[in-house]
Design a protein around this ligand. Structure first.
Ligand code: NAD
Length: 503
């Protein structure tokens, strides 16, 4: 159990909350009905931001603006090299404001500042990667259809895209979507989470400064029910790119189906790290702690199930527990912090409830186990639960907190069975010195990403997304821009058409 936390108040605590207006058609505007949302810093408990709160009227105005920018504006029509130049300028501007953006994300989400800096740095890299894809996007041609026929397949931007993002990686996730949509020539309406909207509003300013024409990107803060839902239902929206929970993802897909919009879904995960006796157990133990507790476990990729071979389980868990107890939990603004605050008191209670239910169901808490006493904010102690069986909720559901469940196995078949025994399929890890073992697991696991002797690394070049109920489609990778396009087939016939139908 960590000692009680003494959280000091940052300078922002004694200032008024920072105000953010909606971005519609290149202008910063208040909501028509004057409503606002106030966000309290989960690490400190003071009002950090106040956003204008959009509703259906603002959604319509934003979509109309994006539609106009698509139908008649310069963005979809300019050369890809010109779009790439704007994206590269945006990347430079994000880099120059990295500290400010990281601090906003840390204050609003409770994540550690050092980690937030890494995320914004990663986002800069993604914007640059998307700029490169803008210039390499191309279609196909078919000159093998006979002498009189030339087939050309164009990649055209799909149109207005609704982008809806969650609270756990506020700037990084919008950066996995928007630059690729823009690279393709699309226009967009973006809705960040109502708890972490500030950094997305800064992104709006960055884009205008980088030269993005008005209306190409519109940004709305607001609730899922009154902003997200109409963004999905609006008839002028052609595609919905959603990251969030599997529950809301399903609702979103169902709503999008009534107008047959294209959807891209990045949803929840219940990821396993499988550890074999011949692994580098020291490295695996560190990765187990990282996988379980990074971003306070509020991470779709969290390695929330540790699946350990029985032969090494006791020793390995001893090493994991020793490391877990050294993880520094505390003030998100402290450079040394590894685990910050939980996003909300409600969410924290939900996570603690999973631990209590596991205890009542026969699980045993090896380490941590509850809320940490603190003078401000809400914090959970990193927790390891052993004696977990596959049927327990804690082994099946996305706990989304700093809680590691431990399950054991004797054979590779059993390890794969455990890893796959979940409706999710986002990611997995395998630790072994044997290439045969690693390959068997990597091939046998039903998930979009498998890490071999490492965990939770990411590169813009590598596609990311889920099998099963973890999602639909992939983000990143060289096809990320294609996702925001339609294919158009054009057939050019030379000379008089032959083989007339009626004659
Ligand atoms: P959430 O599903 O509650 O909300 C996500 C977004 O959807 C928010 O902006 C929310 O306001 C909006 N929303 C809510 N109701 C809506 C509706 N009816 N129509 C349209 N939009 C609506 O998720 P969350 O709690 O913000 O984020 C955590 C979840 O996100 C976890 O399940 C996590 O695994 C998942 N996630 C997945 C990935 C991935 O890449 N696979 C990445 C990060 C987070």
């Amino acid at each position: 159990m960590n000692a009680p936390l003494n959280i000091s108040m940052p300078a922002e605590a004694s200032a008024a909350p920072k105000a953010y207006k909606l971005l519609i058609d290149g202008k910063h505007v208040e909501a028509r009905d004057g409503r606002t949302i106030e966000r309290s810093s989960p690490g400190h408990g003071f009002a950090v931001s106040r956003y204008a709160q959009a509703g259906a009227a603002e959604v319509d105005a934003a979509v109309q603006s994006a539609h106009k920018a698509f139908e008649a504006g310069a963005w979809p029509r300019m050369k890809a090299s010109e779009r790439a130049a704007v994206l590269l300028k945006a990347a430079d501007l994000i880099e120059s404001r990295l500290e400010e953006i990281a601090r906003l994300d840390a204050l609003e989400s409770g994540k550690p500042i050092a980690q937030a800096r890494g995320e914004i740095g990663g986002a800069v890299d993604i914007w640059r990667y998307a700029a490169s894809l803008a210039r390499t996007l191309h279609g196909e041609s078919y000159a093998n259809l006979g002498d009189d026929m030339l087939g050309v397949v164009l990649r055209e931007p799909i149109g207005v895209v609704s982008i809806i993002t969650p609270w756990n990686f506020p700037f990084l996730i919008v950066s996995q979507k928007l630059p690729f949509a823009l690279a393709a020539g699309c226009t967009a309406v973006v809705k960040p989470s109502e708890m972490t909207s500030a950094s997305t509003f800064v992104l709006g300013d960055v884009l205008l400064e980088a030269g993005l024409p008005a209306g190409v990107v519109n940004i709305l803060a607001g609730l899922g029910s009154d902003v997200g839902a109409p963004m999905v239902g609006h008839p002028l929206v052609e595609m919905v790119s959603f990251t969030g929970s599997t529950r809301v993802g399903k609702m979103t897909m169902a709503a999008a189906s009534s107008s047959l919009k294209k959807v891209s879904m990045e949803l929840g995960g219940k990821n396993g790290q499988i550890v074999f006796p011949d692994a580098d157990l020291e490295a695996a133990a560190d990765a187990a702690v990282f996988g379980g507790f990074f971003n306070a476990g509020e991470c779709c990729n969290a390695g929330s199930r540790l699946i350990v071979h029985e032969a090494v389980a006791d020793d390995f868990l001893g090493a994991v527990k020793a490391l877990a107890e050294r993880v520094k939990v505390g003030d998100p603004l402290d450079d040394r912090t590894k685990v910050g605050a939980m996003i909300s008191a409600d969410h924290m209670a939900k996570v603690a409830g999973y631990v209590t239910a596991a205890k009542n169901g026969g699980g045993s808490v090896f380490s941590g186990g509850g809320q940490l006493a603190s003078n401000a904010g809400q914090y959970l102690d990193p927790t390891i639960v052993g004696n977990v069986t596959e049927d327990m909720e804690i082994a099946r559901e996305e706990v989304f907190g700093p809680v590691l469940s431990v399950l054991t196995f004797e054979t590779i078949e059993k390890a794969l069975h455990i890893a796959n025994n979940t409706p999710y399929g986002l990611s997995a890890g395998v630790w072994s010195a044997s290439i045969d073992t690693c390959m068997s697991v990597a091939r046998g696991v039903r998930s979009g990403t498998v890490w071999v002797n490492t965990f939770m690394e990411g590169y813009p070049e590598l596609p990311f997304g889920g099998y099963k109920q973890s999602g639909l489609g992939r983000e990143l990778g060289k096809r990320a821009v294609e996702d925001y396009t339609e294919e158009k087939t054009i057939q050019f016939h030379r000379g008089q058409r032959t083989g007339w139908w009626v004659g």
